[in-house]
Design a protein around this ligand. Structure first.
Ligand SMILES: Cc1cc2nc3c(=O)[nH]c(=O)nc-3n(C[C@H](O)[C@H](O)[C@H](O)COP(=O)(O)OP(=O)(O)OC[C@H]3O[C@@H](n4cnc5c(N)ncnc54)[C@H](O)[C@@H]3O)c2cc1C
Length: 386
């Protein structure tokens, strides 16, 4: 048994996606490490489905492929007037399975100590102070999740049902965007992941100017879609909801804090998708593979490498939420999927797009009814709520 004064190689503060990716990467690069994960809730990882494009993560990162996940060879997007199959492999991790994987990942020499129901009050360079005492560590990583935002933001809000069916679901591939639904509140689509023939996740998702979820309405939208698909009976296994920030004016930049902060706490998420998997995986790979004294320096270099993509993604959000009227926003995504080469789509999601990709994303006939005054005024906006 580990005594509390013992020094850990890594202390991961917060037990969410970033901590899980960190633990997986450390196990691969430094298999003799002692890790402590401290989580304030009673369980690790909460209630999530974390998805990503396979091309978001480097093929040589073997540690990612060891995490249990559902995979598909591609997916569909369906917009008014355009259906498209996208041949980019797609993956999804269940937070429950990921939690079990981390808890059971002890091997001789590799030890993950997990403390749940313990709140961390203070992080220092070599220790943390918690509701359960002090713990010393060589590398302390802040994985506490969402931070505050100083500039304006839009929202990606969603409510989903994971359901079991009595008959087979008609599609074997995910549908990332089923946008043949009402578009009056902003870009709205259903996100469908068929995990098994008779087990499917359907999420009603909206890119909106406000963060309020209307769960009853989302349930109705999902129910209507299921009836259209001729699915009369279903049982709810799990519900999932969330609201992700899509900042357009935030000054918050990853890698520039003094602490080693990953995931949402460190700004390691894609501003234009709200997803953090690609950047959190990069963060984990670098921190886990670097000599401890080099980790911060290498993370700063990663932040600098990602600066253009971050700035451009925030600019895209500003255009989306301020220049394009809500009803027309789907046209931007339809053009993205139907006109851009697959490699640009891959690099966009992976936060690895080039300046040429950025030009390709911007150039094209704009939707009608643009609101340039609102767009210009957005530069004066200073407040945000989250
Ligand atoms: C429902 C939902 C679905 C999502 N789906 C995707 C997706 O498919 N793909 C994707 O890339 N992104 C997705 N995201 C966005 C993003 O990846 C997640 O929010 C992700 O969980 C962020 O990881 P994180 O580790 O930074 O924070 P979190 O996963 O939120 O983990 C932070 C943890 O720190 C704990 N904590 C906070 N403060 C303390 C403290 N003082 N002491 C101890 N513990 C503390 C929290 O309880 C929490 O468990 C989703 C978000 C939501 C809400």
């Amino acid at each position: 048994m580990i005594v509390e004064s013992e020094k850990f190689d890594f202390i991961l503060v917060g037990g969410g996606l970033q901590a899980g990716l960190m633990a997986s990467a450390i196990k691969h690069y430094k298999p003799a490490s002692k890790i402590l994960i401290v989580e304030k809730d009673q369980h690790l990882f909460g209630n999530h489905t974390w998805s990503f494009h396979r091309s978001d993560v480097a093929t040589e990162w073997e540690w990612i492929s060891k995490i249990p996940m559902s995979t598909w060879p591609g997916y569909a997007v369906n917009f008014p007037g355009n259906f498209k199959r996208v041949d980019i492999p797609y993956c999804s991790i269940s937070s429950t399975e990921f939690g079990e994987f981390i808890v059971c990942s002890q091997t001789p020499g590799f030890h993950v100590e997990i403390k749940t129901g313990v709140t961390v009050h203070e992080l220092a360079a070599d220790h943390i102070t918690t509701s359960n005492g002090r713990f010393d560590g060589q590398t302390i990583v802040d994985c506490r999740g969402r931070s505050t935002f100083e500039g304006g933001i839009g929202y990606q809000k969603f409510f989903g049902l994971e359901i079991s069916l009595r008959d087979d679901w008609p599609d074997s591939l995910p549908t990332l965007m089923e946008a043949n639904i009402d578009q009056s509140d902003g870009f709205r689509f259903l996100y469908i992941l068929p995990f098994e023939r008779r087990r499917v996740l359907i999420e009603d998702t909206c890119f909106s100017e406000n963060s309020q979820l209307n769960v009853a309405e989302s349930q109705e939208v999902i129910g209507r879609y299921l009836r259209q698909k001729q699915v009369p009976h279903w049982d709810v296994i799990r519900k999932e909801q969330g609201c992700l920030p899509m900042p357009f004016a935030s000054e918050f930049r990853p890698g520039l804090t003094n602490e080693l902060a990953g995931g949402y706490a460190g700004g390691w998420y894609h501003a234009a998708t709200g997803f953090s998997f690609p950047l959190s995986a990069k963060f984990a790979d670098i921190v886990a593979s670097s000599p401890p004294e080099k980790a911060k320096e290498n993370i700063r270099a990663l932040a600098i490498k990602n600066r253009f993509q971050g700035t451009f993604s925030r600019f895209l959000n500003r255009l989306l939420f301020h220049l394009v009227p809500p009803k027309k926003r789907f046209e931007i995504f339809r053009r993205f999927y139907t006109k851009l080469p697959k490699q640009t789509i891959e690099r966009f999601y992976a936060h690895a797009f080039t300046k040429t990709d950025a030009c390709r994303i911007l150039i094209g006939a704009p939707p009608s009814g643009l609101t340039p005054i609102k767009f210009l005024k957005s530069y004066k906006e200073k407040t945000c709520q989250f």
